[in-house]
Design a binder for this molecule. Structure first.
Ligand code: LHQ
Length: 263
């Protein structure tokens, strides 16, 4: 696992808290931070003690997207941004979406460019009331990445997606929640506690079933109803064989609190 301090990593109550940590650059992504974040999500995949992930940022921003100083065309000619996407951003997006454990995102401040679209790729995203979301790509001649052209129209429809992406106008957290881009807005001082409590509650839940639920909902985007009904049948069969289902039913019938293990 990466030892870089560009992402702080802490495991407690089944929650792996990953904190983007380049606050003087508003947590803009350089290669070191990418590799550290990837290592964090890879750990979340492989470590059974991790039952949920909480992603947030240090300082006053969540993430300002790509560190533009690292991809400056004035230094050594035009960089191959496709290579950057293929090497760093796309693997990260696939890790977040493919992780069959809940990923909660706490947007503590501005989320711009890839920073915004990474927040939208998480399973449950909450934002501080002061946060804002900016499709900053439009201001520097780029195209939304990190799944933005996929998630934005799905979450808010083509009209709003195009307006945000073409103008690069900031969207306040309250409107983002009202439009369905994120789950909820929280007063700034409560963000850390509220998101951790949510992540810990999920981590103590039947995370095997939650992971299958995530897979099913994500698959719906490319499925017909018939395909989705078949998938629900298959995943319900798998969930029904889990120890957590047995525990959940037993606890209900015995009128006690369940103790889920994520298996
Ligand atoms: C930054 C950045 C930054 C470096 C703030 N880089 N230093 C993928 C593949 C490959 C290449 C290209 O891109 C992509 C995906 C993308 O993410 S493209 C979009 C890249 N991001 C942006 O264009 C956003 C640029 N940043 C901003 O527009 C502003 O900083 C925002 C609106 C986010 C925040 O504004 P303020 O609150 O006024 O803060 P600030 O601008 O004063 O920034 C604070 C510091 O952070 C400052 O450094 P300094 O040394 O002057 O204090 C900025 O230079 C630095 N910073 N974003 N992306």
């Amino acid at each position: 696992m990466s030892q870089s301090d560009t992402v702080l990593s802490a495991l407690g109550d089944g929650v792996l808290r990953l904190t983007l940590n380049r606050p003087d650059k508003l947590n803009a992504f350089n290669e070191e931070m990418h590799l550290a974040l990837r290592a964090g999500f890879e750990r979340a995949h492989s470590d059974d003690r991790v039952r949920a992930v909480l992603l947030t940022g240090a300082g006053r921003g969540f993430s300002a997207g790509q560190d533009l100083g690292d991809r400056d065309p004035r230094k050594g000619g035009a960089p191959d941004l496709g290579h950057t996407i293929e090497t760093f951003y796309n693997p990260l997006l696939r890790l977040i979406r493919g992780l069959e454990k809940p990923v909660v995102c706490a947007v503590n401040g501005v989320a711009a460019g890839a920073g915004a679209n990474i927040a939208f790729a998480c399973d449950i995203t909450l934002a501080a009331r002061s946060a804002r979301f900016i499709q900053a790509f439009a201001k520097i001649g780029l195209v939304p990445d990190s799944g933005g052209t996929w998630s934005l129209p799905r979450l808010i429809g083509e009209a709003r997606a195009k307006a945000l992406a073409l103008t690069g106008e900031p969207l306040d957290a309250e409107t983002a929640a009202n439009w369905g881009l994120i789950w909820r807005v929280v007063d700034d001082p409560a963000l850390v506690d509220e998101t951790f409590a949510l992540a810990a509650r999920l981590a103590a839940g039947p995370t095997k079933g939650l992971g299958l639920t995530k897979r099913a909902i994500q698959a719906a985007a490319t499925h017909s109803l018939d395909e989705q009904l078949d998938l629900e049948r298959d995943l319900q069969r798998e969930a029904g064989l889990s120890a957590d289902y047995a525990e959940g039913v037993a606890a209900f019938l015995e009128k006690r609190k369940p103790e889920f293990k994520g298996r």
